[in-house]
Write a protein that binds this ligand. Structure first.
Ligand SMILES: CC(=O)[C@@H](O)[C@H](O)COP(=O)(O)O
Ligand SMILES: NCC(=O)COP(=O)(O)O
Length: 259
């Protein structure tokens, strides 16, 4: 399929995180599974973008992957590249070199098992502000990885963020339990609070085929979900194309037809 194909028409964009393809690739010196091929197959199936989280220890996504994927995305006008990381570590070097459509600032330590919390803006706003300003000067949208706390959204806007990414692990952990409805209400309140102050809302972490649909149905105005671990696990069974289509089917359709 040529890169001119359209992404699926959806009001919530699906950005596929390919960290875990790289993780498997790194266990042998054979170059397979190919991270760029995985990303291309996902884009051909209608994914709106690709996300990577190049951690400093290169446990999965390596520097070369970041640049190889940038070259791929350059062939797909209208699809977005989202690079995640801690801006006080290695993220900004990638942002300066690659200028992705979006940078997602995540407050992870270098040895963290996985992302498990959002920013403490009372502590970090002043350090974040110049880096957010630099991203804007480079034409890069900034999303801050945040816990679903309505009272923190004004500070996220005040520091200059364009969007917040709601950390969705607590929702995923509650899925299928009596606490699920209460968790959804928390995310709904956080999303509304973000939108009231002019922030766009993204979401991610531990989203999957079961919990994605209810989330985007109950939480208004989610612009993008970035999904990796469960999606790649599903792709091991279904293949990338069928898996991406299955995730897109969970997202609300809209007349918007992305380029
Ligand atoms: C920020 C976040 O929740 C994920 O995007 C992150 O990329 C997960 O990192 P691992 O894939 O290393 O668990
Ligand atoms: N920002 C979330 C992301 O990119 C992927 O998270 P997960 O689906 O691997 O948990």
């Amino acid at each position: 399929m040529t890169p001119s194909s359209s992404a699926s028409a959806a009001s919530t964009a699906l950005s596929v995180n390919v960290n875990k393809v790289a993780l498997v690739r790194n266990t042998r010196h054979l170059g397979i599974p190919d991270v760029v091929r995985a990303a291309r197959l996902c884009l051909e199936a209608g994914a709106h973008g690709i996300t990577v989280h190049p951690r400093p220890d290169e446990r999965h996504i390596r520097s070369g992957d970041v640049y190889d994927l940038a070259a791929l995305l350059a062939q797909w006008p209208g699809r977005e590249y989202n690079i995640e990381g801690n801006p006080f570590h290695n993220l900004m070097d990638f942002v300066r070199a690659v200028r992705p459509q979006q940078a997602t600032f995540v407050p992870d330590s270098t040895d963290q098992f996985t992302s498990d919390h959002g920013w403490n803006l009372a502590q970090d706003s002043e350090r974040l502000r110049p880096l957010i300003d630099e991203c804007h000067a480079l034409g890069v949208r900034v999303s801050l990885f945040m816990d679903p706390l309505p009272d923190t959204m004004a500070a996220a806007r005040a520091v200059g963020a364009d969007r917040v990414e709601l950390y969705t692990e607590p929702y995923a952990a509650a899925w299928g339990t009596p606490q699920a409805a209460a968790e959804l209400a928390r995310y709904r309140a956080a999303a509304l609070a973000a939108q009231v102050v002019g922030l766009g809302v993204n979401a991610g972490h531990d989203l999957n085929r079961d919990n994605l649909g209810p989330f985007v149905h109950e939480v208004p105005g989610v612009l993008e979900v970035s999904i990796g671990h469960a999606l790649v696990a599903d792709a091991l069974e279904l293949g990338y194309a069928a898996t991406v289509r299955a995730y897109l089917a969970c997202l609300p359709p809209s007349p918007q037809a992305a380029a």
